[in-house]
Write a protein that binds this ligand. Structure first.
Ligand code: ATP
Ligand code: MG
Length: 484
């Protein structure tokens, strides 16, 4: 069954149950009130009958008798009969004193005992007889009545006045109320159905919006955004949905980015390898067809060796990167003097720096402990310093070291070509070379150096940061945490 119908039925059931309960209680209350009013009225009649038509006299011998003023009684009876009210005066449970032919209600033994105790009895419905002919069922009549006891001065029950009204006359009022109530209930039920429809429609409409949004997301549209009015659980759901969509969007973009990176990597790797392979192939063909003059042969072989070395380096670095990334290499971390290692690297690169017209400075304490894998530490410093030399002409490369908070901090600063924001974002990517014009330079750089540095720093639980300005130079900061 559709949700809207389920909701409608639920609302409708609640509304009508409520209405029914209210209707029944209202009906009950009004009938009780009608009975109460009738009884109070009947009791009033009984009281006036008693005071107006009954007199109690004491005989000289002390005995008390009571007499009825028949004339007054008849007038009263006539008056009351017009109002559909009947009265009877009993002297004992079964003996009627007045009237001879009037309505006679039946008083049970229990009731009589209560009357003797002075209780006024109110009876909702009593089946009595009109007249003396008790064989004729048509003479039977349903009455609601009160029974009021009359006592002499000694507290002896001398008479009971019963005043009753026909139940059928009350019944008319009940039917009227019932009918009116029926109309009200019918009208309210219709209104209830209408209200339930609108309520159900309102809720299902909101759910439909969510459903449409979910469908849109399923078909790849991650830009859907549901309005969150912060009112109820459906709004909470909308908020969660929005969060889900935004994280799906992020993951989707990340997947696309990764895919793009993978493609780029494949293309770059192929490109990087194709150049040396083409060179080698060209030279080999030249040699095979004897197209290379004798004096150039040695140079050609040297070129081929260089290109082959470059290929080997490329493959090795790629393998190295993958190994570091997947945690396949195990670092042998020890605490050693970083200054000595830095001086070594500076000495090794001194010639290269001079080639570019650069000077290398090492600044720092005489000894500075660092917790790292010695070989990998040298590889990191070497890579970064080599980059600094590569991208700086006639400048100064300064390697400094100092103690940080529970760490050793190293900086390699140059005043070379520097990098812009866009380049800074990408330098950690494999094969990324910011300066296209410097691709395939004499150093044969492949754009793998910094990605390896970054992976190695991660394995050391350390951090590598860079600040740079085009034309002013770059500073790489390396933070190696101490042993815990
Ligand atoms: N000190 C620097 N100054 C200016 N640009 C730099 C500096 N260091 C790195 N870069 C930029 O970042 C790019 C990536 O550097 P990375 O070391 O990863 O590769 P590479 O030096 O080009 O090649 P490889 O190190 O694999 O031989 C460089 O091509 C260069 O454009
Ligand atoms: Mg490099």
């Amino acid at each position: 069954m559709k949700l809207i119908y389920q909701q409608m039925i639920a609302f409708f059931v609640v509304i009508t149950t409520l209405l029914l309960i209210l209707g029944i209680s209202f009906f009950h209350l009004t009938t009780t009130m009608i009975y109460e009013n009738t009884w109070v009225q009947l009791e009033g009649y009984a009281y006036s009958l008693k005071t107006q038509s009954m007199t109690i006299e004491t005989n000289p011998n002390g005995k008390q008798t009571f007499t009825l003023d028949i004339g007054k009684l008849q007038t009263s009876e006539l008056l009351l009969r017009n109002q559909q009210v009947h009265f009877t005066i009993y002297t004992t449970r079964k003996r009627v004193m007045y009237p001879d032919q009037g309505y006679q209600s039946i008083i049970s033994n229990r009731d009589w005992k209560k009357l003797e105790k002075g209780e006024i009895l109110r009876r909702k419905s009593d089946l009595g007889w009109r007249g003396a002919d008790k064989q004729n069922v048509q003479n039977q009549q349903r009455m609601t009545d009160i029974l009021a006891p009359c006592f002499d001065e000694n507290g002896q029950l001398i008479a009971v006045i019963s005043v009753g009204a026909k139940v059928s006359s009350l019944q008319e009022s009940f039917t009227k109320i019932q009918r009116n109530l029926g109309y009200v209930l019918l009208f309210s039920a219709l209104l209830g159905a209408l209200i339930s429809y609108f309520l159900a429609h309102y809720i299902t409409k909101r759910i439909s919006k969510l459903r449409n949004a979910a469908r849109a997301v399923a078909s790849g549209d991650f830009d859907v955004n549901l309005v969150d009015h912060k009112r109820d659980e459906l709004d909470d759901l909308a908020k969660d949905f929005n969060q889900m969509t935004s994280s799906l969007k992020q993951s989707n973009e990340e997947i696309k980015r990764q895919e793009q990176k993978r493609r780029q990597f494949m293309a770059d790797a192929a490109h990087e390898m194709r150049t040396p392979l083409t060179t080698i192939n060209g030279l080999l063909e030249g040699l095979a067809y004897d197209a290379i003059p004798e004096e150039s042969k040695e140079k050609s072989i040297e070129l081929m060796r260089n290109e082959t070395r470059r290929l080997i380096r490329l493959v090795n670095e790629n393998l190295d990167y993958e190994k570091i990334r997947s945690g396949q290499i195990e670092l042998k971390k020890t605490t050693f003097d970083a200054m000595q290692a830095i001086h070594n690297v500076a000495a090794q690169l001194k010639k290269k720096a001079q080639g570019a017209g650069d000077g290398i400075e090492v600044v720092g304490p005489t000894k500075l402990n660092v917790f790292a894998d010695y070989d990998r530490f040298v590889q990191i410093i070497f890579n970064i310093t080599q980059n600094a030399i590569q991208f700086t002409e006639n400048g100064v490369i300064r390697i400094s070291a100092e103690r940080g908070y529970n760490s050793s901090i190293l900086r390699v600063a140059d005043n070379g070509i520097g990098m812009n924001e866009e380049q800074l974002k990408n330098i950690w990517e494999r094969y990324y070379k910011a300066d296209i014009s410097r691709k395939n330079t004499k150093y044969g750089e492949s754009g793998l150096g910094l990605s390896i540095v970054q992976q190695l720093m991660e394995q050391h639980n350390g951090k590598v940061e860079v600040t740079s300005k085009p034309g002013e130079g770059s500073t790489f900061t390396l933070i190696f945490p101490d042993e815990k």
